[in-house]
Design a protein around this ligand. Structure first.
Ligand code: ZN
Length: 457
């Protein structure tokens, strides 16, 4: 039996990209990560685990340097060229561990976690991925058997009830082994059962932008005080990012190696802040859609950049906010909640008078007399521009959904009205675009796993 982790994922992606017929695509499994603690009582076991982590990381750095020098980044090509010298350099490394090393190096370069500008160095104490051959579960006894260079070690594990329960009941995938604060921890990826998708007629629309990161058709402007966490407004996010930007610029002027190190740390902090804000927003909108029995409609990513004509001062922020990340997070969370997500064509959503708010559907640039404000030049309907845009996104979501779901569409006047208003949005396009987001979400899955090494390292 071959290790299913990577080959399996690749073939799944192939199937998605060749196009599926039904509305629900066959796609990568819904994966979540839980954490348990290994009970390492004996010093000899702890030493064996330390050895395992050290040798795997050293070997990965060794292989990464060879990969970078020879400009070979593909797993099999790497393995073919360097397997012999890797085994020779690290006699403690087993055959399976050696194979995993190449997979890990290839993945690091593919994920852009490692820049190809220089060889990626794996931290000596960094978390090491173990597949089923290197680490196996005895779920009945809640024990794992772990490969180490000194032979296999069997250990009990404990953790929070829900995490243990997940491991007891769900299919278990790859694990990350690492040590933190003197404890040995294991992050285990588990495959979640996917709930049946609910039937919905209405959609919650979300307008993503720079002035306001996300505005819903329900009128919520996010981030806001409704979200948990320290960040309570867009202004707050903007201030933080402006400050970081100025700090980075100052450091770039200095251009010393310590300045570069600080700059890297700051950018890491900023991307974690962004990810956290996106997480809060996606959680809020998915829960809001779920609570009100609606689906979720978002704009396709390319539109968010192309459509908005940003002020010069905002352009930088615009191009570096992780809009795609929010889409991916919504993708994951809607699947987990069993509600449909529709990606809509974003053209003119900000210039169209929304029918769902009693407007006339008139589209014109002149409907936007001032920034943030919408006044229809035809019927006079006026209001918050982003809320109106979100209402248009919701309307298009409903139209597309009705179209994809065939027979329901015919009798629904709202649906036909929408299709007339938005000719480019066809069922095929909706299917293709959701497929692409699924695909990218699947490929970047590993990036989304929490970094066990914590901030700043
Ligand atoms: Zn109007």
């Amino acid at each position: 039996m071959r290790s299913a982790t990577h080959t399996g994922r690749a073939s799944k992606i192939d199937r998605v990209s060749t196009g599926a017929r039904q509305a629900r695509l066959p796609h990568a499994a819904l994966v979540s990560v839980v954490q348990v603690r290994l009970e390492v009582g004996r010093a000899v076991d702890a030493a064996a685990l330390t050895d395992a982590v050290a040798v795997c990381n050293e070997a990965a750095t060794f292989a990464s340097r060879r990969a970078w020098e020879s400009r070979t980044f593909h797993k099999f090509a790497l393995q073919k060229t360097w397997y012999g010298s890797l085994r020779q350099a690290f006699p403690g490394l087993g055959a399976q561990a050696a194979v995993r090393v190449f997979a890990r190096v290839a993945q690091a370069y593919a994920n852009r976690r490692a820049s190809k500008k220089r060889a990626h160095i794996f931290r000596p104490q960094g978390a090491v991925p173990f597949d089923a051959r290197m680490l196996s579960f005895n779920r009945a006894e809640r024990r794992v058997s772990v490969w180490t260079p000194r032979g296999r070690v069997t250990l009990s594990y404990t953790g929070r009830f829900e995490d243990l329960d997940a491991i007891d009941t769900l299919p278990v995938g790859e694990c990350d082994l690492f040590q933190r604060g003197g404890r040995w921890l294991l992050q285990v990826s588990v495959t979640l059962p996917e709930p049946e998708q609910r039937a919905v007629k209405a959609f919650l629309g979300v307008d993503q932008g720079i002035a306001n990161l996300a505005v819903t058709s329900g009128g919520a402007v996010l981030p806001s005080r409704a979200l948990p966490g320290t960040i309570t407004s867009n202004g707050h996010v903007r201030n933080l990012r402006e400050r970081r930007y100025r700090q980075r610029r100052r450091l770039q002027c200095k251009n010393t190696s310590s300045a570069r190190r600080v700059a890297r740390r700051l950018s890491g902090r900023e991307s974690r802040m962004m990810k956290d804000v996106n997480h809060q927003i996606s959680k809020y909108v998915v829960r809001e859609a779920e609570r009100t029995g609606r689906g979720l409609a978002l704009e396709e990513l390319q539109g968010i950049r192309g459509r908005v004509r940003a002020h010069r001062s905002q352009r930088r922020t615009l191009h570096s906010w992780a809009f795609g990340q929010l889409i991916e997070q919504c993708q994951y969370k809607t699947r987990r909640a069993g509600i449909p997500l529709v990606m809509v064509d974003p053209a003119y959503t900000s210039q169209t008078c929304p029918l769902s708010l009693g407007g006339c559907g008139h589209t014109s640039r002149r409907n936007r007399p001032a920034r943030g404000r919408f006044v229809c030049e035809n019927c006079g309907l006026a209001g918050h521009a982003d809320t109106f845009a979100a209402a248009n996104v919701a309307e298009r979501g409903e139209g597309s959904w009705a179209l994809v779901n065939g027979p329901h569409a015919t009798g629904d006047p709202a649906a036909s009205r929408n299709t007339r208003a938005n000719p480019p949005t066809t069922a095929a396009k909706v299917r293709r675009s959701t497929g692409n987001y699924l695909l990218s979400a699947a490929m970047r899955h590993r990036v989304d796993k929490p970094d066990p090494s914590g901030p700043g390292s």
